[in-house]
Write a protein that binds this ligand. Sequence first.
Ligand code: BES
Ligand code: ZN
Length: 589
Amino acid sequence: MTFKDPASYTDLTQGRIKHIDFRIGVNFATRILDIEATYQLQEPVRGSLYLDSFKIDLKKAHSDGRELEWEFDARDEVLGERLHLKGLENASTFTLNFQTSSEARALQWLTASQTAGGVYPFLFSQCQAIHARSVFPCQDTPSVRFTYSAEVEVPQGLVAAMAAEQVEVQAGSGQTFFKFRMPQPIPSYLFALAVGNLAFRELGPRTGVYAEPETVEAAAWEFAENETKIVEAEKLLGPYLWGRYDLVILPPSFPYGGMENPRLTFLTPTAIIGTRAYTALITHELAHAWTGNLVTNATWQDFWLNEGWTTYAEVRITEVLEGKEVTDLHAVYDEKRLLEVMERMGMDSPYTCLKLPNEKDADQFTTIIPYYKGCYFLQECEYAIGRERFDAFVQKYMARFQFQSLTTEAFLDFLKAELPEVFEKVNVQRWIYEPGLPDERRRPTSRLYEEVKRVLADYQRGIKPTREQLQNWHRYQILSFLQGLPRKLSLEDCQYFEDILELEKRNDVAFFYYFYLIAIASGYQSILPDLERFMEKIGRMLYVLPIVRLMAETEWTRGVIRPLFERVRNRHHQITVNQMEEILKKAGL
Ligand code: BES
Ligand code: ZN
């Protein structure tokens, strides 16, 4: 393989990790994980072994009864410290004893007051893209896969859930041991652990949901259709090879909507809106079980192989489950979001290419561009040869590369071998390696969106929609309407929309998001207390970061945002905090 992952110190010529046995102690008082990890390699080590690590406190290293020496290189703020394990030549196994830092980037430790129940603390990990190295030293690149087992010790009363198969629960005195195994090989970014006061509800034969007792019933209702989703996904993508598919509902500071950890999607509680109108999010995370988890991008430069393919699959499955009218509506709404982001970055920015620039900071270049541009590219391929043949290709792709990682170039080779006509009809080079969007592509259209467009045009002429009009709309019609409104409204109209949107009753973060953007831009200052409560609680970066960006750019909020950030920063995940800090610094705050 002739590629280098710029986000990792891994040197594949030294050997590959094949399996890890973990013993993990969870200490909420010190906010530290105490870990013993025994590594097995694919083949005996050649020369030294370099591992990625971030603020790991290594206590002891040994191999076959011999103590090992080690050295950490100087810290790179993004990559962390390269760990150089010595004297491993020809060894196939070694054990490390270490502690994570209280500043481990992958981990968020929450106080009881940040949970739904308010009595027990909570811990969750988020390793994608390059944060697994802050939990355990590893070859933290998606091109290396390993299996693992884990024994997790947590204080009595708490439950540990991992993105793995639970094999045993054992009560100790004052603590409980949860044992897991992950028999399918995974890349490091799919290692995942959550600990809290978690209850469990079955949804179907292969599906269930973990959540705090306070939210578990609502979650079980909202996601009752998960079993049906798997059945549909299997028709498109082939058999589900991971055993179970469960969800764990995290506290609202979770930085993403969802994270496709294998067997156990990690989910924002803001996905529970009481109407099941937002479960395309689950469809997306579920589709990753194939596109991403089974067939994985080799580096973060090839991120579109994960997200573009997953978005394509999400749209196909949603079309079956919710109908074409609804997917068309989503498509128009998402295209506008994509164009907005592309225009902000610049249509000629290298970050708008599907193959991303060779940079190390994956968190900085992950936007929604690979999702939708990647999806459009695959749709163009489908149009070029017809759905039937493309579907056969999808199945073949999954079967050929299952449990492997591949680069964009390897994918294009496969595409060329299987479907050479695609290259005659679609400008593949332009889609993958050039910025912006090709002119020659099919644009989405939607009847449901046309209705929204009429109401937006009426508003331009001074006619406001009524409460009843909005109430009868589909969720994405209302979101499209909010998306289409001018950012700056009169204070009177802000008040009017706040009233008819019934934000409190709806309790849908996407609605708050749009309304807050309008309120900030319009100088609707009475929103501030709500906005502050929102920033204190919600960590989903998709919504929070644009709000921070706009507050930093807007005169009346510019002075508010830095002190507000300082007040809420310790309630958020490190990943979110780093991104917010970056925005404020860029704005000179
Ligand atoms: N894998 C992503 C989340 C992610 C991306 C984590 C990059 C770390 C780095 C996940 O599948 C995802 O895309 N989540 C989206 C929701 C989706 C419906 C677009 C999100 O969190 O907004
Ligand atoms: Zn995704």
